[in-house]
Design a protein around this ligand. Structure first.
Ligand SMILES: [Zn+2]
Length: 328
């Protein structure tokens, strides 16, 4: 008999971006269609919780090409559209999806039916002031990325020409996030931003979707110094399935295993999690084309000699630990 599938927490999926840009309607989300995630695939993958990103930016595109010289723009309206998309999803499929807003919503997570959604703002661009976070908190945002690839008044991003790290306002924002029980997400941040936040925070943080620089050198990947500090702070990194971050050329599930094993061997199991970036990326590893296949990854980890207990930590328990500690 096949062993029980592991419950899964996925720290980053671009669900609302996909719905707003492709289908513009939440209704088909329960159809098993050729896309990275949907309700039937959550069932097959045994996915108990996802962080659904609210992507705050827009570039101007014409015919699929970014228009030269256009700047990244964030409008409050667009962010509200993303958040409202998550409300519509849980309203449309109350048997399958529910919104997670407080610690008590997570009790018994590994056992309960359906998939919880935590809304995550992927960059603090819509906040004119750190205290504006309260507005988004009241709207249900529980994960706050400081930046996407564009730097802002709070922090330098991984693409910044000059890495100025966390600013004074950024440090105030981290403080406000902690007061509200909002989880700080350092994916897309610069190295100095990551180290600055890790040096001041009193709560664990997440790096929701990234890979490991030692395995593949990419600006979005993280180095050993950050991993060491993340470990001291009891945070987690969601190893992502973005093919470009995993390695050169064609990649498969074995490359994902390689990034996970590097952290496992050098920093221990407790900082590892999964952050697929499904619906936010186009190139995925062979074998992990959609979230319905995610148990294959855990099978590979067991084959590498990991205990069931350790695989369970990577699949969901580590991320769960952070959410339970930070959420109110
Ligand atoms: Zn991202």
């Amino acid at each position: 008999m096949a062993s029980k599938p592991f419950p899964v927490i996925d720290l980053h999926e671009d669900i609302s971006a996909y719905i707003l840009e492709s289908e513009r309607n939440v209704k088909p989300f329960n159809v098993d269609f050729e896309r990275h995630v949907d309700i039937p695939k959550y069932g097959r993958g045994n996915v108990v919780l996802v962080v659904g990103a609210a992507f705050p930016g827009e570039y101007k595109y014409v015919g699929g090409e970014r228009v030269r010289g256009t700047v990244f723009r964030c409008t409050q309206q667009r962010v509200l559209d993303h958040i409202a998309t998550y409300y519509r999803l849980v309203k449309e499929f109350p048997e399958h999806l529910y919104l997670v807003e407080r610690r008590s919503d997570l009790l018994g997570l590994g056992e309960r039916k359906g998939t919880g959604i935590l809304i995550g703002l992927e960059g603090a661009y819509p906040l004119d002031d750190p205290w504006d976070l309260e507005v988004y908190y009241r709207l249900g945002v529980r994960v706050l990325g400081l930046t996407w690839n564009i730097e802002n008044r709070y922090a330098a991003s991984c693409m910044s020409k000059r890495d100025y790290g966390l600013t004074g306002s950024g440090s105030e924002l981290v403080d406000v996030a902690e007061r509200y029980g909002v989880i700080v997400d350092l994916a897309h941040a610069s190295k100095k931003t990551m180290l600055d936040v890790l040096s001041i925070t009193s709560k664990p943080v997440i790096i929701s979707h990234a890979c490991i620089k030692k395995i593949h050198d990419h600006p979005r990947n993280i180095d050993d110094e950050v991993l060491e500090e993340l470990k001291h702070r009891n945070g987690v990194v969601g190893i992502t399935f973005v093919a470009d971050f995993l390695g050169k050329g064609e990649v498969g599930v074995n490359e994902v295993v390689e990034h996970l094993m590097y952290v496992y061997d050098n920093f221990g199991v407790d900082i590892l999690a999964i952050g697929s970036d499904y619906l936010g990326t186009t190139r995925l590893p062979r074998g992990l084309e959609d979230i319905g296949k995610i148990q294959l990854l855990f099978k590979k980890l067991l084959e590498k000699g990991m205990s069931r207990e350790d695989v369970e930590k990577i699949a969901w328990r580590n991320a769960y630990r952070v959410f339970m500690e930070v959420l109110r």
